[in-house]
Every structure is written in structure tokens, then in C-alpha cells.
Design a binder for this molecule. Structure first.
Ligand code: PMP
Length: 397
């Protein structure tokens, strides 16, 4: 049975981690990662999380199965965070939220649901996008196409290209949209431009599938959800994959959610019943711990406030690293304007480095980045930023 199995293609980011681990140089830096590190280079354990965990352990509660759609208080808290506590959607009977295994799990549930229940076979992702978007949907049986997004000349959004790309797709295509803090480019869509995107989606009958994995890392929890709320106001039916991996620094607990906004109350019960089948036939029901912790934080005012402060600290530290990197590159003699790094949002920056320059960074300086030039700004700290800026300057000259 196993003899015909061939090696899977190497995952480029895992390969990068292996090369980093094997590098013996003391000053090595891994900018290829997709997680937030604090100033000490560690994945933080948030104080709000720790407090909620301690309370949970002290309860010594039994461990029954959860419902297929997960913890009800968690699902309700996700809805409030996405749509805002005053959203009319909260009471409109048009929302379905299921706790999922991270944002990845939410995308997979949505992909399976749309394929089985709506006969969808084509999905469009941004060019470029998080690599797993393509992989998840291909594995679910979709044709994956890309719409224009990033313009390397301006280091910004190719809005006209994007709108035309969306118009050129067959009607009814599933369209994945990064709600904020685009991975990998850090380039987001301005509110006025979201209105145009929604317009085209509406005209074409596309199925919007919003991915929000970094709420709170751009401006704040409210503003980062503005695109989700604009879709909510549009009256369209759409899907949202959300994740607390980053915003709660709970990567390994797999806390995410799939939310579906139906077009009318009548649609909700059948859609929920079919979503439950998708869940039942994948993993039956989700785990308890991460959802209990997140729900406790989101529904306890003191803990919520604490979490917002800590999220702000992570966001501000990344912003400081962005402006510091731009200043240090200029000081190190880089003549081109690198201020776009400061404009980009979230954890990542498309640095403009070519694959050759990235390879030189690794070979000559022990600084590892993705070959596309994506760097994780959240992996910078005051201890390594000078070395990174000087090395980048050396390969950019
Ligand atoms: N969407 C995007 C754009 C991401 O960058 C990530 C994480 N790298 C995810 C979804 C999934 O996050 P997770 O499954 O770890 O919650």
C-alpha cells in the first residue's frame, strides 16, 4: 500500500526553517516565520490568556464533547467582534458561526460546504496570497485562479487590475478577500475601494469569502473589521473565516471560526444543518480549551480590556519596527525610498527584495526570508534590527 508513495514537494517555508535551524552562526535571524515574537524573540503568553486559563484549571470541570458547531458563548463572542456589538445582524437570524480549527479549519469548512451544497468548483485568490489558500481549495477539489492585487511598481494595490480581474471571472465565483493585514504583502484595500470591490462582486453574483486572521494588528479591533462590516451592510450573503491564533497568541490551540451570513432568515436553518454535516464528517466536534479561554476573555470586561491593551502592545511594537527599519535602511545608505514598509500593515512586509537578494541574505548574513521577499516584521527586535538593516542594505546596493 505504501510502496508507490512519492515524496511530497518540499514546503518552502518549512525548508527555510530547517536551513535556519542548521545555521550555526550566532547572529542568525529568521524573518520567514508567520508568528508574532516579542522584543525577547519569544511567542508571548498573554496575561489575559493566563488569567483565563488559571480560572479554567481551578474549575476542574469535566470534559464532555462539544456541540458540532462548538462553544455557544464563543460563537456569539466571535459575531460581536466581527460585526460590532450594535450590529443589526446579531438579531436578524442570518448569522451562523461554527468554532473551527483555526482560520485554516474555517477555510476548509467553507470550501467543503460551498462545494457540496452550492456546487462551487472555482475560487479566486489574490495575486499573491497566503500559499495555503491555493492548497486548501485545491485539496477540496477547486480550480484556483488568481485576481491581480499587488503592484510591485508602486508597492501598493493594483485596484483597476483587481476590479477588472473580478469582472473577468465567471459569474458566481468564490472570491477570497483578505479583510485586513494582507498576507504576504501588507497592502490593504482602502474603504472607498472596498465599496468598488463590493459593487463588482454584487454585479457578478460572486461569493465573497473574507479571511480575517489579523484583526487588531492593523489599526485596532474596530477599524480592522471595517471591510467585514461593509459587506454586512451590503445585504449580500457571504462567509468569514476568522482566527485568534495571532491576536491571542494561541497558535497551537487552534481557535478560529467560520461565520456564514445568509441572505434571509429562512436560509439559516438548512445552511446550519448542512454545515453540521460537514463538521461531523471531518472531525465531529472541535476541542474545548482554546475556545473556553477566548470566550472567557471576550465576555469578561476586565480581561477584555487587558487583552485589548496587550494586542495594542503587539501592534505598536510591529509599527515601531517598521519605522525603525525604514530609518536604519536609509542610514545604512539605501538610496531608494523604502517608506512603503511603514505604510504596509500587519505582520508582514513585501520588502521588494528579489529571490537572489534573499538568497544572499541567507548565505552571507544568516538572515532568512521567504524567496518572494516577504519578511515577518514581527520577528524583528531591537537586538537584531541593526544586523538586518545592514545586511539588507548590503544586498540592495
Ligand atoms: N489566513 C491567513 C491570511 C493567514 O495568514 C493565516 C495564518 N498564517 C490563516 C488564515 C490561518 O491561521 P490559523 O489556521 O493558524 O488560525
Amino acid at each position: 500500500v505504501f510502496s508507490p508513495v512519492e515524496m511530497a514537494p518540499r514546503d518552502p517555508i518549512l525548508g527555510l526553517n530547517e536551513a535556519f535551524a542548521a545555521d550555526q552562526r550566532a547572529g542568525k535571524v529568521n524573518l520567514g516565520v508567520g508568528v508574532y515574537y516579542d522584543e525577547a524573540g519569544k511567542v508571548p503568553l498573554l496575561r489575559a490568556v493566563q488569567a483565563a486559563e488559571e480560572a479554567r484549571v481551578a474549575e476542574h470541570a469535566p470534559r464532555p464533547y462539544q456541540p458540532m458547531e462548538g462553544l455557544a458563548s464563543y460563537d456569539a463572542a466571535v459575531q460581536r467582534l466581527l460585526f460590532g456589538p450594535d450590529s443589526p445582524l446579531l438579531d436578524a437570524g442570518r448569522l451562523i458561526t461554527a468554532q473551527s480549527l483555526g482560520g485554516t479549519g474555517a477555510l476548509k469548512l467553507g470550501a467543503d460546504f460551498l462545494q457540496r451544497q452550492a456546487g462551487k468548483r472555482m475560487v479566486a485568490i489574490s495575486n499573491p496570497s497566503w500559499e495555503n489558500h491555493r492548497a486548501i481549495f485545491e485539496a477540496a477539489g477547486y480550480d484556483v485562479v488568481a485576481y491581480p492585487y499587488y503592484d510591485p511598481k508602486t508597492h501598493g494595490l493594483d485596484l483597476d487590475g483587481m476590479l477588472q480581474g473580478l469582472r473577468d471571472l465567471p459569474d458566481g465565483t468564490v472570491v477570497i478577500l483578505h479583510a485586513c493585514c494582507h498576507n504576504p504583502t501588507g497592502v490593504d484595500i482602502a474603504m472607498a475601494d472596498w465599496v468598488k470591490v463590493i459593487d463588482v462582486i454584487q454585479q457578478k453574483g460572486h461569493v465573497p469569502f473574507l479571511d480575517i486572521a489579523y484583526q487588531g494588528f492593523g489599526s485596532n479591533l474596530e477599524d480592522d473589521a471595517a471591510a467585514v462590516r461593509l459587506f454586512a451592510e451590503s445585504g449580500l450573503a457571504f462567509l468569514v473565516a476568522s482566527s485568534f491564533s495571532k491576536s491571542f497568541s494561541l497558535y497551537g490551540e487552534r481557535v478560529g471560526a467560520l461565520t456564514m451570513v445568509t441572505a434571509s432568515q429562512e436560509e439559516t436553518a438548512p445552511v446550519l444543518s448542512q454545515l453540521k454535516r460537514v463538521i461531523r464528517t471531518n472531525y465531529s466536534n472541535p476541542p474545548t480549551h482554546g475556545a473556553k479561554v477566548v470566550a472567557a476573555v471576550l465576555t469578561t470586561p476586565d480581561l477584555y480590556q487587558q487583552w485589548e491593551v496587550e494586542l495594542g502592545e503587539m501592534r505598536d511594537r510591529i509599527r515601531d519596527m517598521r519605522s525603525s527599519l525604514v530609518a536604519k535602511l536609509a542610514a545604512a545608505g539605501v538610496a531608494t525610498d523604502m517608506s512603503f514598509i511603514q505604510q504596509q500593515r500587519g505582520m508582514f512586509s513585501y520588502s521588494g527584495l528579489t529571490a537572489e537578494q534573499v538568497a544572499r541574505l541567507a548565505d552571507e548574513f544568516g538572515i532568512y526570508a521567504v524567496s518572494s521577499g516577504r519578511i515577518c516584521v514581527a520577528a524583528l527586535n531591537t537586538g537584531n534590527i541593526d544586523a538586518v538593516a545592514n545586511a539588507m542594505a548590503a544586498v540592495l546596493k
